[in-house]
Design a protein around this ligand. Sequence first.
Ligand code: DGL
Length: 315
Amino acid sequence: METRAPSPPHLAADAPIGLFDSGYGGLTVLREVAALLPEESLTFVGDSARCPYGPKPQADVDRYVQQICRHLVEAGCKLVVIACNTATAAGLAHAQQAFSVPIVGVVAPGARAAAHTTRSRRVGVIATEGTVASGVYTEAIHHMDAGIEVFPVATPRFVEMVEQGLSLGAGDGEGEDGASGGPALARLMMQPAFETAARECLAPLEGCAIDTLVLGCTHFPLLQPLIAKVMGPGVTLVSSAEETALDVREILGRRRALAPAGRQPVRAFYTTGDDVGSFARFGSRVLDTPMDRVGHLTLPPLPPTGAARDERRAR
Ligand code: DGL
């Protein structure tokens, strides 16, 4: 007797795409998704109250991932992007098992970008402690090409520098309208103190003869000019943002769930932190455009430690 596989649940084309990160870094992924899919509504959660994720135990970050995914799925998102490498490393597989809407991570797209870029097959990866300790990038790059030599380096100071650099910009006369992003932000991140720190952070890559460096944390594209200066012209920097946006378009296209043409998108931003005003101001700098709808988010309770991984949710 012929048996048919159950068809995947219908995804509402009109529904928003959910994205989240520990802080502002995920906005570097959001801006690529917005550029590629301008008609899509987007709902972003910045978990500022618990930033940084990098030094936290993986089991804790996994629980945050399940909690935020649950919130976004229950809010009606048709797809969720875990716009954070640390959170992808800790909770992507679990979330894909727990939720029936597509959950997209940023590690595989970053690994793909690196494998497509390198000629020497020597690739560096800079990321948080959590991402480096998990080994996900080496695994994902080797999945593309097992002959690539991978040099992972934890550079947690870069996360601090981005969060600090964004706040240094406040009240300096630039971006008072909250929308100066782009070149003004790049200038802020190029300050001499940051350059000295960047040289120290990147020193372990000296002598590795890499030709490609993965920015394996969604905060790091904001330091791109600084990192490029330190690494020199022989090293190409790649990040997962553009490749992730392509994955989102491919999945929604295949599921016939792309937003209808001519639709006016709604972009909403939430922070778990108390300072909604700063979140709006600094987030606008990253996006280089004002964030109109910004609010505080109280998340549902954390799932219990070691919650059953095979529990499939209704949506
Ligand atoms: N943006 C996050 C990532 O991609 C990490 C920042 C943090 O440590 O919270 O890994």
